[in-house]
Write a protein that binds this ligand. Sequence first.
Ligand code: ATP
Ligand code: MG
Length: 440
Amino acid sequence: MQLTPPVLLCLEKLETSGYPAYVVGGCVRDALLGLTPHDYDMCTAATPDEICRIFSDYPLVHSGEKHGTIAVVIDHELYEITTFRTEGSYQDSRHPDWVRFVPHVEEDLSRRDFTVNAMAYSPTRGLSDPFGGQEDLKNHVLRAVGDPDLRFSEDALRILRGVRFSVRFRLTPEEKTEYAMQTRAGLMENLARERVFDELCKLLPLVSAADLLRFAPILTEVIPELAPSVGFDQRNPHHVYDVYTHIAHVTQAVPGDLTLRWAALLHDVGKPATFTLGEDGVGHFYGHEKVSAAMADSILRRLKAPTQLREQVVRLIELHMLWPSPDKKQIRRLMSKVDAETLDRLLTLQQADTAGKGTQAPADTQHFSQLLQLVHEIRAENACLTLKDLAVNGHDLISLGFRGKEIGQQLNRLLSMVLDETIPNEKEALLCALRQKQQK
Ligand code: ATP
Ligand code: MG
């Protein structure tokens, strides 16, 4: 396994001071898979005090010291070194109730969640793999370390982590692990919401439609609002799939961007609640975008999502049924209401939404390429889209004698005319229109 010079330096300094030291966890797994690790966690028999002494010539970060972690700063980068430890369960669902330092790496590995994450490597001591992680990686198996039931009861976030590792590395949960993931999923209700949200954000960009379908029973434990959509028959000729399967396809079809992935996952969450059956036997979901947006807002608030992300997701969901025709005036109007980034995301979501119906016709593809072409043209023209872009401003109106509310009303009227191309965005023409108005 290739290690970087600073990591080698840390391991060597610990070893020459008499303490066994290893890289551990994700980096070992990634290296065995032939991937380049994004960081290297180290573990050692040295206690935090001893680590501080050994690295006294370096800047140190002590914020994790209570849990046994000291970070050493080498060339402006942080290298985390953690004392071998075991830990108690997570009563507050955030941190273990207690940690106890232990002398052997095997004990440290036994507290870790999955066999593929429970390996350590040292250039001098070789691979430590007491639970068969290497073999499981080779066979594409996800297996909890020890008794899965117990491990998921200690910390239910491991269930969601399990989903993520399974998806990310194409690992199939071994039978007992899978059974415990399903049967213990209800325990995730007690987890700190931030932990669940962070984990979902790591998972969402990776999932395919098949993953979302496979892990629906687990996902609906953390987002119960999605449960009614599972298997919900849309009774609509435009839709091949039930609501949840449609959601899964749309989520897969949008890029890995978090805002888009969340918007796709929640865009139709309000459909079951708005279902009506027409006399012709066709299902409708009038106003589902509003209901879905409100539900997404409450889901993301509950999960303590950052405000900006929540607001962007809710806005996209609210807008997702607003289908512009490939008509320049209509698109210009839409562009005057929606900022460029939101519009790009909206069109991406709508494209995915169309594809996710399972009935996509070549006309749909053509429709979107026309829309994108027009958006491109309007942007290239540097068109006037907002009051800020108008060739007249409040001062001009005051000079003409307009006062109070009238100013805003007139500016909006002018913008509307410019958007519709009934008047050019030129100062003289706009002033002329204002004078005519005054004379009426
Ligand atoms: P990633 O590449 O996503 O960072 P990782 O395996 O490094 O993957 P981390 O969350 O960084 O995951 O955790 C580092 C290691 O700590 C894991 O490999 C695992 O051994 C252990 N670990 C992390 N969280 C838990 C947990 N909740 N329960 C048990 N072990 C855990
Ligand atoms: Mg990591």
